[in-house]
Design a protein around this ligand. Structure first.
Ligand code: FAD
Length: 453
């Protein structure tokens, strides 16, 4: 028997049910197709392409240790896999189930292309801890509120952790392709399973136990795991990570596992409602303003509100942004500037290494108050957020160098207090919006409770 294992964003050899199932065949052909459609839709930006290349090189190394190698091809995934299935006379093709409309369509096309030729095995719970749809509330095909979802999620039965295959044999007709040349690795976040496991090991060693206290501290170096890009590309199994963290039984580790449930939560929303990637999920808001200049200032981190600009500049520099900063910058775009969340989501998707349809779009909807937030009309006040989550001003100092020499955190967070001449001298812009006026505007647009947070 010959099995093809199609890697998508499950780029690992440990706890990979797709690879484990394929490994039962006599011969295994591991394949990754650089999807030509995704390459042209903003998914394949420079840093993400670099990260993906590193992931693939590391996966290839892991497969070579086991006697196989990764075949990389370009084009349409369905056409390429069908061609290879024919060439190696495959008995089965294995692939992970995914939630986006694009992935579901692709899976359907693949089933059609292989029908009558060989078996197609689509594996669940590869990207998440629980497969979408495993738990549902009464009368609905998915959970729309997180708290009851989490309650059920925590007690739900999980699949077994799949062991990494010991030995894989390529089909006789296939010779191992040349090993890819290493990608240099000078970046702050190198891709790949080896690096992911190293980081997870370090994180679970101790830092995780402080998570409940530090996770919102914008300037804390090890306040959160920074594992999101590795989870997105599947260099790490969320199931394995949740099991290892959960076994610590500390308050911090439990809070961390709860975030992995958020990840599953968004995935099951998208799986049930693929259109939520673009359409407002719950409440419709279609009176967004059109203000290209404000949008551009937000993208470039020069809105004149330092905590917002710090977040946007961290995104540009690192391809990652702290969750609290994502909430602040997202709320600022959608509720303060009153611009369509889709424009913000597209910018994030383009720059985030962890950019993920389910997590990005659904979090954006949450922030914009069109999604699953049960208090959709609260507006984050960026100044209060800054006081609370960057009390020393160190986060702003790191990312907004124009202000780095200011000692008093109040000046750092509200530099306009220093007067317009001083502000100009620092080379930092005045705010592009008056926060109080913007708040009133938002409240006029929506019927709002006036609680600030
Ligand atoms: P940790 O705090 O260490 O959390 C551990 C893991 O839990 C994360 O790696 C992530 O996989 C998951 N997680 C944590 N918070 C959330 C959440 N709110 N929703 C879903 N999963 C979560 N996360 C993405 O993975 N991809 C995205 O494209 C993305 N876009 C976002 C856009 C906005 C507007 C907002 C507010 C949040 C977004 N998030 C996204 C969620 C969250 O900000 C990141 O997962 C988190 O900041 C990643 O850093 P970390 O790995 O240090 O997280």
């Amino acid at each position: 028997t010959t099995a093809i294992v199609v890697f998508t964003r499950d780029l690992r050899v440990h706890d990979n049910p797709v690879l484990a199932a394929a490994a039962a065949a006599d011969h295994v052909l591991p394949v990754f197709v650089h999807d030509e459609t995704l390459a042209t839709t903003g998914f394949a930006t420079g840093p993400r392409t670099r990260f993906l290349d590193e992931c693939l090189a590391d996966l290839d190394a892991g497969l070579r240790e086991r006697g196989a190698a990764l075949l990389r091809c370009e084009g349409d995934l369905v056409t390429e896999v069908a061609r290879l299935a024919h060439e190696v006379d495959a008995t089965a093709v294995h692939i992970a189930a995914d939630a986006s409309a694009y992935a579901v369509r692709r899976q359907r096309r693949l089933a059609e292309a292989l029908a009558g030729r060989c078996e197609l095995a689509v594996h669940d719970a590869v990207h998440t801890v629980l497969a979408a749809g495993t738990i549902t509330p009464q009368g609905n095909d998915h959970f729309a509120v997180f708290t009851p979802y989490h309650r059920r999620w925590a007690g739900a039965a999980r699949r077994e952790i799949a062991s990494a295959p010991r030995r894989l044999r390529l089909p006789p007709a296939v010779s191992a392709p040349e090993a890819p040349v290493g990608a240099g690795g000078e970046s702050g976040m190198p891709g790949g399973e080896t690096e992911a496991r190293r980081r997870a090991h370090r994180w679970l060693g101790e830092d995780v136990d402080h998570y409940h206290r530090r996770h919102d501290d914008l300037a804390a170096e090890h306040g959160t795991s920074r594992l999101s890009p590795y989870l997105h590309f599947g260099c790490l199994s969320a199931l394995e990570l949740a099991a290892e963290a959960g076994a610590r039984h500390t308050e911090g580790a439990d809070a961390f596992v709860r975030q992995l449930a958020w990840r599953d939560f968004h995935f099951q929303v998208l799986a049930a409602r693929p259109r939520a990637a673009h359409d407002d999920y719950r409440s419709r808001a279609d009176d967004w303003r059109d203000d290209p200049q404000a949008l551009q200032a937000w993208k470039e981190g020069r809105t004149g509100i330092p905590i917002v600009d710090a977040g946007m500049r961290q995104l540009a520099a690192e391809g990652w942004m702290h969750n609290r900063a994502r909430l602040i910058t997202g709320s600022f775009l959608a509720k303060t500037l009153y611009l369509d969340w889709r424009a913000g989501a597209a910018h994030f998707q383009q720059h985030l290494l962890d950019g993920d349809i389910a997590n990005n779009q659904m979090n954006w909807q949450w922030v914009a108050g069109t999604g699953t937030d049960t208090r959709p009309n609260r507006v984050l006040n960026p100044l209060r957020q800054a006081e609370r989550y960057d009390p020393t001003g160190d986060y702003v100092r790191t990312w907004v160098p124009e202000l780095a020499d200011l000692d008093d955190p109040r000046d750092l967070h509200q530099p306009w207090r220093l007067g317009s001449a001083k502000l100009r001298g620092l080379g930092y812009p005045a705010p592009i919006v008056d926060l109080d006026t913007a708040r009133d505007r938002f409240q006029r647009h929506r019927q709002v409770d006036r609680t600030a947070s």
